[in-house]
Write a protein that binds this ligand. Structure first.
Ligand code: DGP
Length: 112
């Protein structure tokens, strides 16, 4: 499959990996929007949150527990934000579901 993030998971495209196991891959965003900005992706290719199937519920729960753990590891105790962009209006540029984790500065609200 011609998917940028599948290629990153496979190691065909290098990345700054923070964590990996049999279910997920975590790496720093190439264009960070905050002092800490990493992406959490499932190894299973899912186009977007909109394409989730009922059987993926456990995987999503697992992702969020790992986000909690990685935020601690990255010293984001002052707070952080998890962002999931979906589709064109949501600003999704890579069609492999991913969760942005941003922290290390005070984040503004609302987003643009
Ligand atoms: P989104 O716009 O929500 O689809 O976010 C995609 C993010 O992926 C964007 O913040 C930049 C990041 N990104 C794109 N290509 C690469 C890459 O080759 N390596 C890394 N580490 N990040 C990438």
């Amino acid at each position: 499959m011609d998917c940028l993030f599948c290629k990153i998971i496979a190691g065909d495209i290098p990345s700054d990996c923070l964590y990996e196991d049999d279910k997920i891959f975590v790496f720093r965003d190439i264009d960070p929007q905050a002092p800490t900005h990493f992406l959490v992706i499932p190894k299973k290719h899912i186009d977007s949150l909109d394409a989730l199937e009922d059987e993926d519920g456990e995987l999503v729960g697992y992702i969020f527990k790992k986000i909690r753990d990685l935020a601690k590891q990255e010293n984001l105790s002052a707070g952080y934000r998890v962002v999931n962009n979906i589709g064109e209006d949501g600003g999704q540029s890579v069609k492999h579901m991913h969760f942005h984790v941003l922290g290390g500065r005070s984040l503004q609200w609302p987003p643009g």
